[in-house]
Design a protein around this ligand. Structure first.
Ligand code: ATP
Length: 339
């Protein structure tokens, strides 16, 4: 029985999570999925206020014994929550596809790429020191982590256009990024000779995502560079309110929207629930593949198709996409479009 730990999050988190769970409930009924166990766990700013910890011990126990985490956006404590789950569950691959969805006005309609970001190392090991007014941060890059993220990128590329770009800054960080770049190259030569490999410095890659994104198919990069590039790519491919992301390890996974808690629109009923709804779709497909369950795969596809239809026909859209519908109306419409 697959168990899902659900974190509602802060700001618009509870609104978009409620919407996603509604769609999930409906699709599970349609596809006769009766064994998905959902457990809500307190985590984030509100948990910090109540329990004094962004992830209370009880929540952590449940998260550790779950197969998947479905996570809404978290506010001030986002770093603590996300880094602890990613590192604690060893969810080493952060995967964010960016493409222009039907019906969406995009800065660059031709964008169609996936950023594969290493999720456990780099400056996100959070080892910073202050000594005599000098602040120092540790940047950790290991061969092992670089090898396994490279494999994820090459496997994804095999299902796409078979092109991978390593994004780094090895001309400045010769040892850390040098190790990352050389390791990815070696994995390609040894295990994925059928994949075309090139590279770009982070500054040039940022410019090209805006200027000529068709240059990229799959980008593999280190943690901080990936963090920055994915927000940029989400923007270039349309609204941040429709971008979903996955954090994947060998056994477990976490799905979360790219957007944050958006306190400016919290409680107004206008948050776009689509990113969070697409997270449930991705989660079902991931579980379907892992457990070899066709009904999960079909349910995941059904959600995706309903969202694409809603967008391409511009049926009911929230204000960030130029519409005037509420979160609830969009959710209702997606439920009606499920087949
Ligand atoms: P963080 O700092 O954690 O990234 P944030 O709330 O400051 O969080 P974003 O989530 O990147 O920043 O969002 C920026 C703005 O985009 C928000 O202030 C909000 O106006 C808008 N936005 C984000 N998500 C949504 C959404 N799901 N629906 C509608 N508007 C959104």
């Amino acid at each position: 029985m697959p168990r899902v730990a659900v974190i509602e999050g802060d700001g618009i988190g509870p609104e978009v999570t409620r919407a996603a769970l509604k769609v999930l409930g409906k699709v599970c009924t349609i596809y006769n999925i009766g064994d998905l166990e959902l457990v809500k766990v307190p985590a984030g700013d509100s948990a910090y206020k109540t329990y004094g910890k962004a992830i209370p011990d009880e929540s952590w126990k449940i998260i550790q014994t779950s197969d998947v985490v479905l996570k809404g956006p978290v506010g001030e404590t986002a770093g603590e929550v996300v880094v602890k789950i990613r590192r604690g569950l060893d969810l080493y691959a952060n995967i964010r596809p960016s493409r222009c969805l039907p019906g969406i006005e995009c800065l660059r309609p031709e964008i169609d790429l996936v950023v594969v970001r290493e999720n456990t190392e780099d400056v996100y090991v959070r080892a910073e020191y202050l000594h005599n007014d000098i602040a120092i941060a540790l940047r950790v890059i290991s061969r092992r982590a670089s090898e396994r993220i490279a494999r994820v990128a090459f496997r994804i590329a095999r299902k796409r256009k078979r092109r991978v770009t390593i994004v780094h800054k090895a001309n400045v960080m010769t040892i850390t990024d040098g190790l990352f770049r050389d390791t990815v190259r070696q994995v390609r030569d040894r295990e994925f000779p059928d994949i075309e490999l090139d590279e770009a410095y982070i500054d040039a890659a940022a410019m090209d995502i805006v200027r000529r994104p068709s240059r990229f198919d799959v980008i593999v990069t280190t943690n901080l560079f990936g963090d920055i590039l994915t927000d940029l790519a989400a923007y270039v491919s349309g609204s941040i309110g429709i971008a979903a992301s996955a954090n994947i390890g060998d056994e477990k996974a976490m799905f979360e929207p790219v957007h944050g808690a958006a306190f400016d629109i919290a409680g107004k009923g206008i948050a776009n629930p689509i990113a969070m709804i697409l997270c449930t779709s991705w989660m079902l497909k991931w579980l379907g593949e892992k457990l070899n369950r066709g009904s999960y795969l079909k349910a995941g596809e059904s959600i995706e198709n309903a969202v694409y239809r809603l967008l391409s026909e511009r049926r009911k859209l929230t204000p960030d996409l130029g519409g005037s519908a509420t979160t609830e109306e969009v959710t209702e419409e997606i439920c009606n479009l499920l087949t």
